[in-house]
Design a binder for this molecule. Structure first.
Ligand code: GDR
Length: 337
């Protein structure tokens, strides 16, 4: 994980425990972008933070976080790990989260992203039964579960119509979270997350691919950037804002599902244009369209209606599209120099 400073927006939300004992959070996928921001937020709020990671030895999260090696495809140790960690809150962020990759690896995606969530839910339920007190569960659900044809703006009641193997796996996980809430009375919430980015975004996703390449082009390290569909519109937000909503969901009196999104959409073309213009370059001199990077299905527009998150969680995205693009390009200029 890059060591360069990143913008971490934090609000004070500390939940007071009656015994003043730290609330214990378990974060899966803690070594990813969202895991980083969420772990920083919860540590700031006084939580004891544990994380599952495939390769904890490679993590740069620091000693305040207790890391445990865990692969969602090998859940046999899950019961023992819950007994050891004793979590009050579980944030399930781990997934095979690449839409394009899911077309090539549908079974792996189903196993990790779909069934993996069920393993975590069931382990949480068993742990709740064992200790006799509720466990709160957050699932990183996705806007990909919707088809954009459902309407111009998508909310928690929009029809679920997944259009990729990744989206099918996320839809399965989403429905299981609802099922555990309704069938077992579990405090389980889906955060239906629209695209969210940061300087820590993996470069296989389009925004970081663009900012990294643009920085390298500016520094004379590369000339061309190959992209697929430039017309797709997404409501890109900042991951540091989105993790605040995750924490807030688990502090409500009742569990529910929440759309978490910014309120404006921008096309991939606008993102690339903004980034290159910031570097005094014309993107058209550098971007090449590669038909191999187009997907069998690509929602033209995805925009969320955050009325529920606004009214109940009092959550608003703070970082604008332009601030996000600039934060990422500044980081990559520093990193590539
Ligand atoms: P997405 O994010 O599929 O929306 O899923 P991604 O950044 O991969 O694609 C966004 C849009 O950009 C277009 N695109 C390209 N995408 C990639 N990765 N690489 C390219 O070269 C390229 N050129 C154009 C895509 O076609 C698409 O329209 C993200 C992930 O984080 C999911 O895990 C999450 O659930 C959703 O956001 C919400």
């Amino acid at each position: 994980m890059p060591a360069a400073p990143v913008l971490l927006a934090v609000v004070s939300l500390r939940r007071e425990s009656p015994l003043s004992v730290a609330t214990v959070a378990l974060i899966t996928g803690i070594d990813g972008q969202d895991g980083y921001y969420l772990s920083r937020l919860l540590l700031k709020q006084g939580y004891e933070v544990h994380g599952f990671a495939l390769r904890p030895e490679q993590s740069q999260l620091g000693e305040e976080v207790s890391l445990h090696p865990f692969d969602l495809r090998q859940p046999a140790t899950l019961g023992d790990l819950f007994g050891k960690i004793q979590p009050d809150e579980v944030y399930h962020l781990a997934a095979q989260s690449h839409v394009a990759r899911s077309y090539e690896h549908p079974l792996e995606t189903a196993e990790i992203t779909g069934l993996g969530a069920l393993h975590m839910l069931e382990a949480s339920r068993q742990w709740q039964l064992q200790r006799g007190r509720p466990v709160r569960f957050f699932q990183a659900s996705s806007s990909a579960i919707f088809d954009d044809k459902a309407g111009p703006v998508l909310n928690e009641e929009s029809p679920i119509h997944p259009r990729s193997p990744y989206a099918c796996a996320k839809a399965y996980a989403h429905l299981q979270v609802r099922n555990y809430r309704e069938a077992h009375g579990m405090f389980a919430c889906n955060g239906i997350l629209f695209n969210h980015e940061s300087p820590l975004r993996d470069a296989s996703f389009v925004t970081r691919k663009i900012t990294r390449a643009a920085a390298r082009i500016k520094l004379g390290l590369q000339q061309k950037l190959k992209l697929g569909n430039l017309d797709a519109e997404r409501s890109w937000g900042f991951a540091g804002d989105f993790v605040e909503a995750m924490g807030l969901m688990l502090q409500q009196d009742e569990p529910d599902d929440y759309v978490i999104s910014t309120t404006e959409t921008h096309s991939v073309r606008e993102f690339v244009e903004t980034v290159f213009a910031y570097l005094d370059r014309d993107y058209r001199d550098h971007v090449e369209i590669d038909p191999e990077l187009f997907r069998p299905h690509d929602a033209p527009v995805l925009r969320g209606d955050i009325t529920r998150a606004r009214t109940r969680l009092h959550w608003e995205p703070k970082v604008s599209f332009r601030q996000l693009a600039e934060m990422m390009i500044e980081h990559d200029l520093e990193q590539e120099a």
